[in-house]
Ligand binder design. Structure first.
Ligand SMILES: NC(=O)c1ccc[n+]([C@@H]2O[C@H](COP(=O)([O-])OP(=O)(O)OC[C@H]3O[C@@H](n4cnc5c(N)ncnc54)[C@H](OP(=O)(O)O)[C@@H]3O)[C@@H](O)[C@H]2O)c1
Length: 266
């Protein structure tokens, strides 16, 4: 597939989406489910089973069977990840899927109450990188292993952030984690030109993450920026950015691993 060609999700599609219990992940699940063709299968992952069930209920297309699994992605081993994927595929033949797509949407902000010059807790930092970088890579590796024989049908969407490419004071955990994660997907895209890889940056979106910044940040500028986003009503709705992500994805006009932002052509 050339990197500029459309991506077709209208055939039978297998879709995995992490962080699907709320926020952007929930909206992505709903939007992608509307696009998938008959005999499609979705697997939603996060810890909160009740909220995952709500997301699954919102995916109403009769084309798609929606499964969900409660999993702590910060602690899962390779084999637990492989099992979660394999279990969802029981009774399905992977060669019957025209497209296999994974959305790496899971994410957290890290410790916003420590100044960057005073970051000394390596265990905490390691825990942060486990969820946001290392385990994202593990899950992606397990996904690629399963679809190794039909790799040209694989599509990967990493939900990244402006913070991956632009420093934001007070967010060293988040910015460095997002940068590392995005670069991993860029390198993968460089090596595997036949796999479509998109780094989609959703813009500032009204989710629990924003409330966390307002509650936890010690950096005054960071607090001011997010307070003004909130007060001026400039935060995007999860649905709006999820729709845009699908538009970018389907159009396929991105180079391998390109960082595409919500605002790029707004
Ligand atoms: N909101 C923004 O303005 C914004 C801007 C740029 C980029 N992003 C990115 O967009 C993505 C989604 O963000 P959001 O704002 O929707 O955040 P959110 O509302 O906090 O959602 C985070 C999701 O990740 C899941 N999660 C967290 N820890 C997990 C764990 N240990 N194991 C499994 N799942 C876990 C949560 O589910 P459970 O708690 O149920 O596990 C939840 O579904 C993130 O990658 C974020 O960095 C957000």
């Amino acid at each position: 597939m050339a990197s500029s060609s459309h991506i077709d999700l209208s055939g039978p599609t297998y879709c995995v989406l992490t962080g699907a219990s709320q926020g952007i992940g929930r909206a992505l699940a709903v939007e992608v489910s509307k696009l998938l063709g008959p005999k499609s299968l979705m697997l939603l992952l996060a810890r909160n089973k009740t909220e995952l069930a709500k997301t699954a209920e919102l995916c109403t297309s009769s084309n798609v069977k929606v499964l969900y699994e409660s999993i702590d992605l910060s602690r899962s081993t390779n084999s637990q990840m492989k099992d979660a994927l394999s279990k969802s595929l029981e009774g399905w033949n992977i060669k019957d899927f025209a497209t296999n797509v994974i959305f790496h949407n899971v994410g957290s902000l890290g410790n916003l109450s420590v100044e960057t010059s005073k970051m000394g807790d390596v265990d905490e930092l390691r825990e942060y990188y486990d969820l946001n970088v290392f385990k994202v890579i593990s899950l992606n590796t397990q996904f690629l292993k399963i679809f190794e024989e039909v790799e040209e049908r694989v599509v990967i969407v990493n939900i990244t952030s402006l913070c991956a490419i632009k420093p934001m004071g007070g967010m060293a955990y988040y910015c460095s984690g997002k940068a590392a994660r995005e670069m991993y997907f860029k390198v993968l895209a460089e090596e595997k030109k036949h796999i479509r890889v998109l780094n989609y940056s959703p813009g500032p979106v009204e989710t629990a993450m924003i409330d966390f910044v307002l509650a936890e940040a010690v950096n005054d500028n960071l607090k001011d920026v997010f307070t003004s986003f909130k007060n001026q009503g400039t935060l995007l709705k999860p649905e709006a950015t999820a729709k845009k992500c699908m538009k970018v994805l389907l159009a396929g006009r991105f180079t391998p691993g390109e960082h595409v932002d919500y605002f790029d052509d707004e």
